[in-house]
Design a protein around this ligand. Structure first.
Ligand SMILES: NC(=O)c1ccc[n+]([C@@H]2O[C@H](COP(=O)([O-])OP(=O)(O)OC[C@H]3O[C@@H](n4cnc5c(N)ncnc54)[C@H](OP(=O)(O)O)[C@@H]3O)[C@@H](O)[C@H]2O)c1
Length: 258
């Protein structure tokens, strides 16, 4: 039976890094299935990989698009060794200033598509399979002017932790990756309606480092992967401090830089 890895958001940033790293690291995988919106970019990633790849052009805002992947799964009866749910986007700005489609789109891509693909993939997983869901450090605290995005990533973190517990019996492990700011194309889109907090540039991580840590944590069956000291400290602060003053602080910082 063919052993595969499925990656969403494989066209750029961390998704692409996951593809390249796992291509080097995993020797027993027969095929990578790369999911993204941009076929040309997917072809470039495929070309740079040594393991054969199948590419799926899917806009995850559209509910029916993942059916293409589903059909192929049933047609080929593959074994999924890893599912990486990496596709996602965020919009910074006042909730009511962000378009309806962008607000709902964050929920569709970050939550609905991730849940739907996970649901479809689990029957094809076996002992020692892994799921990596890319959440965000935004999941640790509600953030004014990043409200829907942080709420969507809070969903990803909560869902991943609960699913990890449910799947332990089957020896399948789920890791939620919670990076702080990462130097990818993410912020180009995210700053359509508002600017990111200036302090984020001081804690910006490189996608390769975040992905390397995520894969290691997944191998060690960790339920959460947090890269870098500043983000670990932020995670700790959100556990020991009351959230109201922290939320007020984020609000104040956004207002001040406007
Ligand atoms: N960068 C950060 O600071 C940061 C921090 C924490 C968490 N994250 C999370 O990390 C993940 C990867 O983001 P990144 O930083 O690598 O940014 P990125 O370079 O912008 O990559 C985002 C990926 O998601 C895909 N995507 C977005 N909307 C899609 C849609 N409607 N249908 C299909 N694919 C879609 C993009 O495909 P296209 O090329 O087609 O747009 C792209 O491949 C996201 O879930 C993001 O929320 C990022």
């Amino acid at each position: 039976m063919k052993r595969i890895v499925i990656i969403t958001g494989a066209t750029s940033g961390m998704g692409k890094e996951f593809a390249f790293l796992l291509d080097k690291k995993l020797n027993t995988i027969n095929e990578f299935w790369l999911i993204g919106r941009n076929t040309e970019k997917l072809k470039e990633v495929k070309k740079a990989m040594r393991t054969p790849c199948k590419i799926f052009e899917c806009d995850l805002n559209e509910r029916t698009e993942l059916k293409k992947v589903m059909k192929q799964l049933y047609h080929e009866q593959v074994q999924i060794k890893m599912l990486i749910n990496c596709a996602g986007y965020g919009m910074i700005g006042k909730f009511e200033d962000i378009s309806y489609n962008d607000n709902m789109g964050m929920i569709d891509v970050n939550c609905r598509a991730l849940t739907s693909l996970t649901y479809d993939c689990i029957p094809f997983m076996s002992k020692n399979s892994r799921i990596i869901n890319v959440a965000s450090s935004g999941a640790f605290l509600p953030q004014p002017y990043f409200a829907v995005y942080c709420a969507s990533k809070c969903y990803v973190l909560s869902f991943s932790r609960a699913l990890n517990a449910e799947l332990k019996d089957r020896d399948i492990y789920v890791t939620a990756v919670c990076p702080g700011p990462v130097d990818t194309a993410f912020f180009t889109k995210a700053e359509t309606y508002g600017k990111k907090l200036k302090l984020k540039k001081y804690v910006m991580a490189q996608p390769r480092d975040v992905v390397k840590k995520a894969v290691e944590d997944s191998i060690y069956k960790k339920q959460i992967s947090v890269y870098g000291l500043p983000i670990k400290a932020f995670n700790y602060a959100t556990k020991v401090m009351p959230h109201r003053p922290l939320i007020n602080l984020v609000y104040f910082l956004y207002k001040k830089q406007k």
